[in-house]
Write a protein that binds this ligand. Structure first.
Ligand SMILES: CC(C)(COP(=O)(O)OP(=O)(O)OC[C@H]1O[C@@H](n2cnc3c(N)ncnc32)[C@H](O)[C@@H]1OP(=O)(O)O)[C@@H](O)C(=O)NCCC(=O)NCCS
Length: 326
């Protein structure tokens, strides 16, 4: 069995910055409320000519360059997104075409904020069994296209962004050490887009009722998120026989600074070992963890041999955790 690891990372952020003050002009909110309740100060918003796949292609090129690979080396492409270019075909198909990759197995994965970790786990299995050598996993969201800018409870939270990882054979002791992923549909309607699918196809009524936008029961999700993130993080650490104090870096999904702080405290990880970029980026769902990872790799925050725990929670609800040695 081969050991899999992350060989390269890359990201692509739209240039346009939307500040809390910009949002004050759209909905009844304030910079103070958003900062105190979420930790977010600003987020990015894609330009009209940008799509999920165009940003994915930019991020993928950077990740491939870091891994010293070319698009034709890829054996598989997984695009984790809940904001695809279009319902059909997959965004992964546009990425394959845009990169000039071979006609490999390429597909989209919908696990919201846990999607990058879900994708990495799938990639790991293919690499372990020798079915694939190099897999591109992209976490990609243009959530601004699905936000209701009349709903202050959601439009202040989310942002656009894309980040990619190349998963491939690793040399021990580096590699993915332990993972655990979960889904519980009992909370499916806590965070969802009601219309536009087979259950409620698009119609004039659904558009009028603003049902193509993200709806969220944030307050209820908050408690589930903290509990799930703590539990799954603990279990993954136990599987690998690693204590929280042995970690070099903890990258939680960036949903809310208060969630990050609560999980960190419950796990007993030192504050300086937790990475957070939510103030600049907001919640970018499946791009959140790989964006943090890419910033840490390129910013020199991660060095060879570091133990890194990544834990995510999102719509579905989905949650999961992965421990890697860089
Ligand atoms: C969404 C979230 C930031 C809201 O924070 P909160 O402290 O729970 O706030 P509540 O939802 O209880 O709302 C408190 C009040 O603030 C108001 N409020 C909500 N959004 C607001 C905003 N942007 N500006 C000002 N007031 C706002 C609410 O209307 C409510 O007012 P009321 O008391 O008069 O009814 C928080 O619940 C959260 O982060 N939830 C988890 C999100 C998550 O994990 N998502 C899944 C992963 S992506």
């Amino acid at each position: 069995m081969n050991i899999a690891g992350i060989l390269g990372t890359g990201s692509a952020l739209p240039k346009k910055v939307v500040t809390n003050f910009d949002l004050e002009k759209l909905v009844d909110t304030s910079d103070q409320w958003i900062t105190e309740r979420t930790g977010i100060k600003e987020r990015r918003q894609a330009a009209p000519n940008e799509t999920t796949s165009t940003l994915c292609i930019q991020a993928a090129h950077k990740a491939l360059a870091m891994a010293n690979l070319s698009p034709t080396d890829l054996d598989m492409i997984i695009c984790s997104t809940i904001s695809p270019d279009m319902p059909l075909p997959s965004t992964a198909a546009f990425i394959q075409r845009g990169l000039g990759a071979r006609t490999v197995l390429a597909f989209d994965l919908a696990a919201a904020c846990s999607g990058f970790l879900f994708g990495m786990t799938v990639a790991e299995q293919f690499i372990r069994t020798g079915k694939a050598r190099y897999v591109l996993v992209v976490g990609a969201e243009l959530l601004s296209r699905f936000l209701d800018y009349q709903d202050r409870a959601t439009c202040v939270l989310f942002g656009d962004g894309v980040a990619a990882g190349i998963i491939g054979p690793a040399s021990p002791p580096s590699g993915i050490l332990a993972t655990e992923m979960h889904t519980d549909g009992a909370f499916a309607e806590h965070l969802y887009i009601p219309a536009g699918g087979a259950a409620k196809p698009a119609s004039c009524e659904t558009v009028r009722a603003r049902e193509h936008y993200i709806k969220m029961r944030g307050n209820e999700l908050f408690k589930v998120a903290v509990r799930s993130l703590e539990e799954v993080s603990r279990r993954v650490l136990e599987k690998a026989n690693v204590k929280p104090e042995d970690l070099d870096l903890f990258i939680p999904h960036q949903a809310n600074q208060r969630i990050t702080d609560a999980v960190r405290e419950r796990l007993g990880v030192a504050p300086e070992k937790v990475y957070s970029n939510i103030c600049r980026i907001g919640n970018t769902s499946s791009a959140s963890i790989p964006l943090c990872l890419d910033e840490c790799v390129r910013g020199g925050r991660i060095k060879k041999g570091d133990l890194i725990l990544m834990s995510a929670f999102g719509a579905g609800v989905t949650w999961g955790s992965a421990l890697i040695r860089w």
